[in-house]
Design a protein around this ligand. Structure first.
Ligand code: FAD
Ligand code: 2HG
Ligand code: ZN
Length: 484
């Protein structure tokens, strides 16, 4: 981890000793107590290989009761912990900063119930998103979220980051589809909020505190989620626009013309496209006749193939005639559709292969979104490759700046400029990835002092010793007042 951004280890936290190890072995057995170098190295290192802790211990509980016993003990000993799911987070939230005990939830991966009439799924937090989706597809349903990391990320991690992804435009955020949670608090209390009701206005809806709290308020152990039916007709178009204004107009038109069948509206610019084609094997440009400035994926999902296809094709034809789009192709089968999606979903991986990357995940007013990208290009000149893509339909820009290696001089040209720019637009400095370690001290760019103070008070109430994911989410100044 970059030394300049590393805080001091909080003195209030104890260090692991042999009695602790013996206790954990007693409650979890040998299997649940991981001390092997290689496994710890993986668990200490984040997906981007940018953040690295030095924990000597990873625990793998198999039940909520075990999580409760672990936290009760850690709280009484003042041992700091990091909850960890699939470790695909992009803000350094899922790995220790120092020697925090890693509590990995992967072994809690049972599906507990599925109601075929209502589409309500109840499962343990360690279930992998893609596995849940495969299970549901057999039952005629799908998960209401989908993202590039689906093969590794877990539903508990998705809930804890309030992950958005590729279909938020259609199915909404997890604040809407999660119906209930079981959460273990820092002192080991198991909070049963695992309702399966669509409607329940009895008092404060506390589950929302844990959705997006990035493991700083409790460990999510079970999730109840409302899933939509799998519809029979899915169509995907890969199209090209020559300017950003056309992309915006296309989006406004798509909402009106495609209406209820629109299920994704994603964009990538030419730099993102080039990067994917250069670094990922087996991918071809779907529109090879010429290079374009912007590419858009428009997906529709409905129940009547002939109607949906006709609707999409006549929409594209109209847009072509009015000059909004330059070229486009509709996937002819599922294989072609998945190769189109691979281009969009593979950008993060291609960026990793290209060298160092400075990652920003911003919510911005749609009409301003690409101005930032152009200003950034002007600031950095030929020093860096400024790559833009994201969930255009949600106003969410993924601004990634790629360079051969990390360079403090380049960083100083990017930050705080990028945060100040976003703040001036009343945007969000984290649209969907969370704050984690990377942006904990930047929260004030998007939240008022009073709001952050209240967050600190909630943290203190639920985790008075500050053992849960310290140094993350809230600024050090607030965390040190609230127990850390
Ligand atoms: P982890 O990475 O293990 O943890 C993430 C955070 O949640 C950490 O703070 C951790 O402490 C906490 N946590 C994990 N599990 C629990 C739990 N059970 N209880 C309490 N806290 C917990 N995000 C999006 O929003 N949209 C995308 O489109 C998207 N695409 C991605 C594509 C790729 C290729 C990658 C690598 C990441 C992407 N992400 C995306 C980032 C996203 O946050 C994660 O992929 C996912 O939601 C995290 O799940 P995880 O199980 O890997 O959690
Ligand atoms: C996506 O939408 C993810 O592909 C990852 O949120 C974005 O890597 C990124 O910046
Ligand atoms: Zn995203």
């Amino acid at each position: 981890m970059a030394a300049s951004s590393t805080p001091m280890r909080y003195q209030s936290f104890a260090m692991i000793n042999s009695d602790d190890i013996s206790y954990f072995k007693k409650i979890l057995g040998e299997r649940g107590v991981v001390q092997e170098e290689e496994k710890l190295d993986d668990a200490n290192t984040d997906w981007m290989r940018k953040f690295k802790g030095s924990s000597r211990l990873m625990l793998q509980p198999k039940s909520s009761h075990e999580v409760s016993q672990i936290l009760d003990y850690c709280n009484s000993r003042c041992l700091a912990v990091v909850p960890q799911g699939g470790n695909t987070g992009l803000v350094g939230g899922s790995v220790p900063v120092f020697d925090e005990v890693i509590i990995n939830i992967s072994s809690m991966n049972n599906i507990l119930s599925f109601d075929k009439a209502s589409g309500i799924l109840v499962c343990e937090a360690g279930c992998i998103l893609e596995n849940l989706n495969s299970f549901l597809e057999n039952e005629g349903y799908v998960m209401p979220l989908d993202l590039g990391a689906k093969g590794s990320c877990q539903i508990g991690g998705n809930v804890s980051t309030n992950a958005g992804g590729l279909r938020l435009i259609r199915y909404g955020s997890l604040h809407g589809s999660v119906l209930g949670l079981e959460v273990v608090l820092a002192n080991g209390t198991v909070l049963d909020m695992l309702g399966t009701l669509r409607k329940d206005n009895t008092g404060y809806d506390l589950k929302h505190l844990f959705i997006g709290s990035e493991g700083s308020l409790g460990i999510v152990t079970k999730v109840s989620i409302h899933t939509p039916p799998k519809l029979s007709s899915v169509n995907l178009a890969f199209i090209a626009c020559e300017d950003y204004t056309s992309c915006q107009k296309l989006f406004s038109k798509a909402k009106r013309k495609l209406g209820e069948i629109l299920s994704a509206f994603e964009f990538l610019d030419t730099n993102a496209m080039n990067l994917v084609l250069e670094h990922l094997d087996g991918l071809r440009d779907p529109l090879p006749s010429s290079k374009h400035k912007f590419y858009i994926l428009i997906e529709t999902t409905g129940s009547m193939e002939s109607h949906d296809k006709e609707k999409l094709e006549s929409f594209l034809l109209q847009c072509m005639e009015s000059g909004l789009l330059n070229d486009g192709v509709v996937a002819q089968d599922v294989n072609q559709a998945s190769s189109f999606w691979r281009i969009r979903e593979g950008i993060s991986e291609a960026l990793m292969k290209a060298g160092a990357v400075y990652k920003y995940d911003l919510s911005l007013p749609l009409e301003k979104m690409y101005d930032l990208v152009e200003e950034m290009r002007e600031r950095l000149g030929t020093e860096a490759n400024v790559v833009a893509y994201g969930h255009l339909g949600d106003g969410n820009l993924h601004l990634n700046i790629s360079t051969p290696q990390y360079d403090d001089n380049i960083l100083s040209k990017i930050e705080p400029f990028v945060y100040e720019w976003t703040s001036k637009q009343r945007g969000s400095i984290s649209a969907e990835h969370g704050l984690g370690f990377m942006k904990a001290n930047k929260i004030h760019y998007s939240k008022s002092t009073e709001t952050v103070q209240l967050m600190g008070a909630i943290k203190k109430l639920l985790d008075p010793n500050g053992i849960l994911n310290p140094y993350k989410v809230l600024p050090t100044s607030v965390l040190s007042q609230s127990g850390g």
